[in-house]
Design a binder for this molecule. Structure first.
Ligand code: ADP
Ligand code: MG
Length: 242
């Protein structure tokens, strides 16, 4: 579903991604972890074409991001993205937040978009809050709305960038529950997260990044096992966060 082929990215002289290669198969859940500044967010953003790359290529469901014929807004709509900060439109209520991109990007009519949005809102357990504004919701609820908003676009892949790291601890679980449910339903997911409980329980593979490189890319059981294959940097990282 996602092919990342030897990509490189620079900010000026600083190389932020260095020869990253990986695949995410349909229905697979891949967790991306690694120290702060290692390039995790940048990697995820390149998959959504939010950040251009200078080397290599990325193919999503057979469509190359770099192909000039690729319509990026359409592609982005198929690749749902949930960020650390919820990024809901503060001046729009929940229903309007869920509807806007469906109408603007997918050209759905308002009634259809509303129906689809509310169905997704129900799925994340927040239908009762459909008329509220983001500021009237808790952080965990806002993040669940952000997930529902992405799902309303009928994505073929969902990308998460530390979706729980800005939340108060008591709200982490409710967001992870929604992600677990999505994984169980077979959604293809790439998640930057330091929630190692989630990684162990839900992910098929773990990618460990360090200094712009993919240092480990292995089945979850291997990553958390005692196998010798695990790099010293990954071991050190795990010893700090587990
Ligand atoms: P992570 O998500 O793993 O913490 P990031 O992908 O956010 O890492 O950042 C990787 C590196 O790229 C960091 O050193 C960061 O300072 C740098 N970086 C990120 N965004 C920019 C930018 N827009 N301009 C310059 N440097 C950046
Ligand atoms: Mg980051």
């Amino acid at each position: 579903m996602i092919q990342i082929n030897n990509i490189g990215k620079w900010y000026g002289n600083f190389q932020v991604l260095d020869g990253c290669t990986t695949r995410v198969r349909k229905g697979e859940v891949v967790v991306v972890c690694g120290p702060s500044g290692s390039g995790k967010s940048t990697l995820i953003k390149t998959v959504n074409a939010l950040e251009p790359i200078q080397q290599g290529d990325i193919v999503i469901d057979g469509i190359a991001i770099s192909d000039r014929k690729t319509r990026l807004p359409r592609l982005r709509a198929q690749v749902g993205m949930v960020f650390q900060h919820f990024e809901l439109f503060p001046h729009l209520n929940v229903t309007e937040n869920l509807t806007l991109a469906q109408v603007k990007v997918l050209g759905r009519d308002t009634g259809e978009a509303r129906e689809r949005g509310l169905r997704m809102l129900d799925r994340v357990g927040l239908l009762a809050h459909k008329d509220k504004f983001p500021g009237q919701l808790s952080g965990g609820q806002q993040q669940r709305v952000a997930i529902a908003r992405a799902l309303a676009m009928d994505p073929i892949v969902m990308l998460f960038d530390e979706p729980t790291s800005a939340l108060d601890p008591e709200m982490v679980g409710e967001v992870l529950d929604v992600m677990v449910q999505l994984a169980d339903e077979g959604m293809t997911m790439m998640c930057v997260t330091h929630e190692m409980g989630f990684a162990k329980r839900v992910s098929d593979r773990v990618i460990f990044m360090d200094q712009g490189k993919i240092v480990e890319d292995c089945p979850t059981t291997d990553f958390f096992g005692e196998s010798e294959a695990r790099s010293p940097r990954a071991k050190e990282f795990l010893s700090k966060i587990l």
